[in-house]
Write a protein that binds this ligand. Structure first.
Ligand code: ZN
Length: 157
């Protein structure tokens, strides 16, 4: 797919209070680059502490991180934001766990207790993965795509 090319691995941001630069990469960068994430604070390597996102700007564009969020997240509705939030991720994982556990209970209800005690939590775990998969592929990715116009928010500037 054409929008899969040239995804940056990292980006630098500046902590306004101390003017020093921290590089973010990997999964934290994916989260921070997404204007729909409900990330509240990030790390300053100079101060060796977390500060609210309002205290940072991107080094390459000199744009405040919150201004970047406002610009790229302008099309998001409150429902979009809720569906992509960490809170909803936990809700989806919990629903998956319960559904998996209930499914496992009925699936193995004729079996001996030992097997049930093993398989019910196991199916709950599978359900948790299922719930998270739905959260990512059915909610977060399509919503991010429609709001930000890109599949991977790390390409946003
Ligand atoms: Zn700092």
């Amino acid at each position: 797919m054409s929008d899969d090319v040239d995804i940056p691995e990292s980006r630098d941001y500046r902590h306004l209070a101390c003017r020093s630069v921290t590089t973010i990469s990997g999964q934290p960068f994916e989260v921070m680059s997404n204007p729909l994430s409900d990330m509240a604070r990030t790390w300053c390597s100079q101060c060796e502490s977390f500060f609210p996102l309002s205290e940072y700007e991107w080094v390459d564009t000199n744009e405040a991180v919150l201004a970047y969020y406002a610009r790229h997240g302008a099309k998001a509705t409150p429902l979009h934001r809720f569906l992509c939030s960490r809170k909803n991720m936990i809700i989806m994982a919990s629903i998956g766990f319960v559904a998996g556990g209930v499914g496992g209970y009925f699936l193995f209800r004729g079996n001996e207790l030992r097997l049930k005690l093993l398989m019910v939590p196991f199916c709950g775990g599978l359900g948790t993965f299922g719930g998270l998969a739905v959260y990512i592929s059915v909610l977060c990715e399509p919503i991010t795509r429609s709001v930000c116009g890109v599949k991977d928010t790390r390409v946003l500037r």
